[in-house]
Structure formats: C-alpha cells, structure tokens
Write a protein that binds this ligand. Structure first.
Ligand code: S3P
Length: 179
C-alpha cells in the first residue's frame, strides 16, 4: 500500500460477536505492517480479570466504563489495527472519538453464521442466558444504526478471514484513490 493519509489513521474493526474482528484484525495488521490490539484483551490486562469475571464481579456498566477508557487510550497511540468488542461502538463518545481519529470498518455477517462461530467458545457473558441466535438477532436490531455509521462496510459472512482482510485492504485503497 502506498504511503498516504491512510497511514496516519488507526483502523478500527467493529461488528457483532463472531464477526471475526480479532482474527481478521491480526491478519490485516500483518498485511499493513502495523501493530494489532484487541480492546477486550487490553481491558482484561488492565483489570487483571477476564471479561466474564469483570461482568460477574462488577457488572456490565463497569465493563463499559473500562472499555471506553481503554479505547480512548489506544486511539492516542500510533496507528494500529484495533479490534473492538461488539458493544463498544454503541457508545456515542467512543463513536465520536473514532470518527475523529480513525477509520472504522463494520464486519457484517448474518446471524446464523455468527451463532455458529460463537458456539466454539464459552467466553461471552451476554450469550449465556438464552438462545444465541435470538440474542444476536436482538443485539443486531438495536446496534445496527450505530454500526451503520462505520466508514466502510465489509461482508464477512462467507470466505476465509484472509479473504475478509484482503477485502478490507481493497476497500481502503479504493477510499484513498477516491479522495
Ligand atoms: C460484547 C462482545 C465481546 C465482549 C463482551 C461484550 C458485546 O467482544 O466485549 O463480551 O457487547 O457484544 P467480542 O465482540 O470480541 O466477542
């Protein structure tokens, strides 16, 4: 990729649980030769607890506070690829910060695909109390208006994570040439 304004911006990946933000983000960072960070991991590191433990011990509101602070800190660092937890972009302050400082990418996928992917791990507190498909449908309905504000929308339903990372790079290049 040529040296352009794109290189001054962190690339933020958003979307529901199971969209592939972390795996795609790692591949994208490697392809763009820049660091990768995962907001959930950074929150866990700062708290010395897993996301599940933070929800259990302090509640979701405390998790969201920590999430907002950690993301603000990461956005002040040199350009990176940053994967957010599924709920982070719903926060209006976080959305404004990202709109001002970064390029946001929504990894879109149908709920059936997401449910299949999240079934592989039991680390997500929001999916524990009910049918994951129904929970994901409800979350998509409430979060879609926020997600739709992302600068770039990428279909992450089909294809490998590498194909999704390649599609992001193509979309970023398009965006640069259109300027
Ligand atoms: C959440 C998504 C999770 C994690 C937390 C809450 C959400 O991250 O931040 O369990 O509200 O959608 P992933 O999207 O990386 O699974």
């Amino acid at each position: 990729m040529t040296r352009t304004a794109l290189h001054d911006h962190t690339i933020v990946l958003i979307g529901l649980m199971g969209a592939g933000k972390t795996t795609v983000g790692r591949r994208l960072a490697a392809a763009m030769d820049r660091p990768f960070a995962d907001a959930d991991h950074e929150i866990e590191r700062a708290a010395g607890r897993s996301v599940s433990e933070i929800f259990e011990d302090f509640g979701e509101a405390a998790f969201r506070d920590g999430e907002r602070r950690v993301i603000a800190r990461l956005l002040d660092q040199p350009p990176m690829v940053l994967a957010l937890g599924g709920g982070a972009f719903v926060d209006p302050d976080t959305r404004t910060l990202i709109a001002n400082k970064a390029i946001s990418i929504w990894l879109q996928a149908d709920v059936e695909t997401l449910a299949t992917r999240v079934a592989r791990r039991d680390t997500r507190p929001l999916l524990r109390d009910g049918n994951p498909v129904e929970i994901l449908e409800r979350l998509l309905e409430t979060r879609q208006p926020a997600y739709a504000e992302a600068d770039i929308h990428i279909d992450a339903s089909a294809g490998t994570h590498q194909a999704t990372a390649d599609a992001i790079i193509a979309a970023l290049k398009d965006r640069e040439t259109q300027k």
